[in-house]
Write a new protein. Structure first.
Length: 428
């Protein structure tokens, strides 16, 4: 077998492969064995005809076609392996010359894993944000805890900001009720900004038993296209006004909030510790993202179109699913973000993100090889057990982590995490 390689681009190659009499003879024997299964010959049962006998009964055109197919399949795999080229897709094959039993010449073209040239990954300029927690950060959490532990007393006075009201409402556009704009006995805290501007403010001053029509306008950026910027009327009726009575932020409050603490000082110290830990994690994650971006910028990383297309499909699927969970359709999202259509969104938002993902993956894979980073079997077992525990209440989901494909995915993620951690360490 003779092979020559032509690099059409950093991510695509074209192999020209020539096979001689020996390779074709071997392939013909394989082809005969396959075709013999369907040959009928005197004295032999179907499927039991020896290749030597089948050769006398087989259609020669079929034999030559099967020989060429078998020779191609074997030669393509061997050629890419011998040239140390990793194809990312099934190669496109074109026969350029075939003389039965003498010579077969063909080309095999495919996108391949490119060579990545890493930049200086030990001198990347990225700084971790300094973490600080103020007294107001702690007080904000304390205030939320006070609100969650508040006692609510029904009062007969007019509603004011901070009260919780129980209401019925029906939203109408051009006199017709619109989807999602109607509710009965709905509890709403005035001042929470849960509704569109003007709704909660319009209920301030309304007494129990009173009805009020609120003439409002939806924001232009509202996620439902039919309502964005629309003038509507909400017909409301207020049933109850509940006045919250917040507990004092004292030692008794701290004990009630968490039995571990005897004083408000201890509770605040713990809250500060938790906020600090959360901000540290966020700062570290931002640093990791920044370093990976800097690594991409400093490196020469060709991005194969086949990998980009895979990531485009993945991002589109994830995005559509996440929007669905939020009750938003893709069309609503495109309208809110002012994309002309799906193609405009793919080209200007999804594809750039896909390219970034592909380049990050290739860069980190190359870095893990250069730094000789590996995920040990013990580390993998620990991660798999962690995931299984997370899905302890869902045995079917937990069992998926016993599948080889899922375990490979976990191993790859673990290797990536270790590589990024080492990247951080090298630039600290």
């Amino acid at each position: 077998m003779k092979t020559s390689v032509k690099h059409l681009s950093p991510t695509k190659v074209k192999l020209t492969i020539s096979l001689g009499e020996k390779e074709l003879a071997d392939a013909e024997q394989v082809a005969l064995t396959k075709l013999a299964r369907d040959i009928k010959a005197p004295g032999f049962r179907k499927g039991k005809v020896p290749a030597s006998v089948a050769a006398k009964h087989v259609d020669q055109n079929s034999l030559m076609q099967q020989t060429a197919d078998d020779a191609l399949s074997k030669a393509v795999a061997e050629a890419f392996t011998s040239e140390d080229i990793q194809a990312l897709e099934r190669p496109a094959v074109e026969i350029t010359k075939f003389v039965p039993r003498q010579e077969l010449e063909f080309t095999a073209e495919a996108e391949v894993l490119p060579k990545v040239k890493l930049g200086n990954y030990k001198k990347l300029k990225a700084t971790k944000e300094k973490v600080s927690v103020s007294a107001s950060d702690v007080d904000e959490i304390i205030e939320r805890m006070r609100e969650s532990m508040a006692e609510k007393k029904e009062v007969k006075r007019a509603a004011k900001n901070g009260d919780e009201v129980v209401i019925d409402f029906t939203g109408k556009k051009d006199g017709i009720a619109f989807d999602g704009g109607t509710a009965k006995d709905y509890s709403l805290k005035l001042g929470s900004n849960s509704f569109i501007p003007g709704f909660e403010e319009g209920l301030v001053g309304v007494k129990p038993g009173e009805a009020k029509d609120l003439k409002l306008e939806f924001p232009d950026s509202y996620h439902v296209a039919d309502l964005a910027g629309a003038e509507v009327v909400f017909e409301t009726k207020l049933h109850k006004v509940l006045e919250p009575s917040l507990p004092e932020a004292d030692d008794a409050f701290a004990k009630k909030a968490d039995k571990r603490f005897e004083t408000i000082k201890e509770l605040k110290a713990d809250i500060k510790k938790e906020i600090t830990a959360q901000k540290e994690r966020e700062a570290t994650d931002k640093l990791k993202d920044a370093l990976v971006e800097k690594l991409i910028e400093a490196s020469d990383i060709p991005a194969p179109e086949v990998l980009i297309d895979d990531q485009v499909r993945s991002i589109e699927q994830d995005m559509t699913q996440n929007l669905m969970y939020q009750g938003v359709s893709l069309d609503m999202y495109l309208a809110e973000k002012k994309f002309a259509d799906r193609e405009d969104w793919i080209e200007n938002e999804v594809k750039p993100a896909a390219v970034k993902r592909v380049k990050a993956g290739l860069a980190l894979a190359e870095l893990s090889k250069e730094l000789k980073i590996e995920a040990t079997s013990e580390e993998l077992a620990g991660h798999l057990n962690m995931y299984k525990q997370q899905y302890a209440n869902n045995p079917e989901a937990a069992k998926r982590f016993e599948e080889p494909e899922v375990q490979r995915d976990v191993a790859n993620r673990l290797l990536t995490e270790k590589t990024v951690d080492q990247l951080v360490a090298l630039n600290s």
